[in-house]
Design a protein around this ligand. Structure first.
Ligand code: PPS
Length: 288
């Protein structure tokens, strides 16, 4: 496959070129009543929450969660890459509740999600760890442009010229409408702090009352180690010509605070300035 094409604009958002070329289909996607959308800014815990939600809606049944890779069970709405199945056909045949993954911001989501009042689970993560995770993802996934140095990527992230655009607006826009649209807004750092508490929030949101041993089982199946070792969740099914996990594994660190081993003092000061400005018009806060 042709690698590292430049990002292409979709409206005001820079996007992976292959995804942008598939835009008409994405825009016209017909969500159905009962569909549940998992939305995040990239690298915020999408795969983790997807596995949790799939297990919760299937009552913690691990046989069911082993029925296919995470991209088959929770198809990625805007995904389109040569040589990798899009799962769109499979998605269209899925029985409700269909679980769908997307990284699209509020203003670019297909209208049908709002028209059909679909449930939405959003996961947010502190932007320093998002940036680090995204940088390593750019390095290993050739659908992105070359990231260059960490410093160059940090400046692009601050400018909002990375794939899916600015981190701040993405997180703030879902935060703003979370009550009005009944969105379950979760934080990666909370999931690390008390995974079972967050699993119970998902259960409540999707109307499941599962016994304690099942909650424990879901927790055990969705630890970083379990998901890193599980071929259904670690993306080992994606050809190495697309995602080279020898450069950086998809399941990389799974922690809070890895940014401290990447940022220089000057980069941290610059980023803090950006963060302060970005968050001056919201009550949304993050833990680092
Ligand atoms: S993507 O490509 O945008 O869909 O990536 P996404 O899944 O949102 O984010 C990947 C980061 O999430 C970490 N991860 C986890 N952390 C803790 N526990 C579990 N179970 C887990 N599963 C995935 C993954 O390691 C990436 O973060 P980094 O910081 O790079 O390790």
């Amino acid at each position: 496959m042709a690698s590292r094409p430049p990002l292409k604009m979709v409206g005001d958002m820079p996007l992976i070129e292959y995804f942008a070329d598939n835009w008409e289909k994405v825009k016209n996607f017909q969500a159905e009543e009962g569909d549940l959308l998992i939305d995040t800014y990239p690298k915020s815990g999408t795969t983790w929450i997807s596995e949790i939600v799939d297990l919760v809606v299937h009552d913690g049944e691990t046989k069911t969660s082993q029925r296919g890779s995470i991209s088959e069970r929770v198809p990625f709405l805007e995904f389109a890459v040569p040589d990798v199945p899009t799962r769109a056909q499979k998605r269209n045949k899925m029985k409700p509740p269909r679980l769908i993954k997307s990284h699209l911001p509020v203003h670019l989501l297909p209208e049908s999600f709002w028209e059909k009042n679909c449930k939405i689970i959003y996961v947010a993560r502190n932007p320093k760890d998002v940036l680090v995770s995204f940088y390593h993802f750019y390095r290993m996934a050739v659908v992105h442009p070359e990231p260059g140095t960490f410093d160059k990527f940090l400046h692009q992230f601050i400018k909002g010229t990375v794939s899916y655009g600015p981190w701040g607006a993405h997180n703030k826009d879902f935060w703003k409408i979370r009550h009005q649209r009944d969105i379950l807004y979760l934080f990666y750092e909370d999931m690390l702090e008390d995974p079972k508490r967050e699993i119970r929030k998902v259960m409540k949101y999707v109307g499941k009352d599962l016994p304690e041993d099942v909650v424990e089982k879901i927790h055990q199946c969705t630890t970083f180690k379990a998901m890193k070792d599980n071929p259904m969740t670690n993306y080992s099914n994606i050809p190495s010509s697309v995602m080279d996990q020898t450069i950086s594994p998809f399941m990389r660190k799974g922690t809070c605070g890895d940014w401290k081993s990447h940022f220089t003092v000057a980069q941290n000061e610059l980023f803090d300035e950006y963060y302060k400005k970005e968050m001056s018009d919201t009550d949304l806060t993050f833990r680092f």
